[in-house]
Design a protein around this ligand. Sequence first.
Ligand code: AMP
Length: 215
Amino acid sequence: MRLVLLGPPGVGKGTQGRRIAGEHHWALISTGEMLREGIARGTGLGFEARKRMEAGLLVPDDVMIGLVKERSAADDARDGFVLDGFPRTVVQANALDSMLQAREQRLDVAIGLDAPREELVRRLSARRECPICKRAYNLVSAPPRNGGDCDDHPGMKLVQREDDSEPTVRKRLEVYDEQTAPLIDYYRGQGRLREVTAEGSVEDVYRRLLQALSC
Ligand code: AMP
């Protein structure tokens, strides 16, 4: 199965994507994660992406397309993958279709996750992650067991992503509306869209997501 998780920042693409990919042994391709890793390791890609990410803007299409082209061709993605954070523009969606077509593969489904705006802002301001395993927590709805440490890495303090500060969150939501939301219609037009409400607990959303995939 090859699937895309679509939706605004804070809707839960990363959390749900990690779980669904893990349980089905599909590769998780999270472009935001790849860029943050590039920044942490001081690669050329990280250098190129950093300023735009900090400003809440998108990284250029050609950079992102090259990255996904290479990653999706890796061995672990042969039987399926979950794309989290790509495509984010119509140009990227077209490039994804072409790269899969060239491999005689196709995208099976695009899941459109959505939740009310105030809920997204609330979630993003309470979001923290483990710097080692990238597991996501929410200080209100899914806090770690032990104060501010990762459950799986005792002693490792959770951190807030730089782009989760309030002004950057607002910019990211604006950019989503302008450049990424049109992909909902793009995939609806191709008959590949399944819409899932991302309100409620992580568990509730996951159950709905599995239902959407099985129909
Ligand atoms: P995310 O972790 O998906 O919220 O992505 C964090 C940031 O990485 C975004 O705000 C963008 O600056 C950048 N980014 C991630 N994926 C893409 C993409 N497909 N196209 C352009 N920029 C991206």
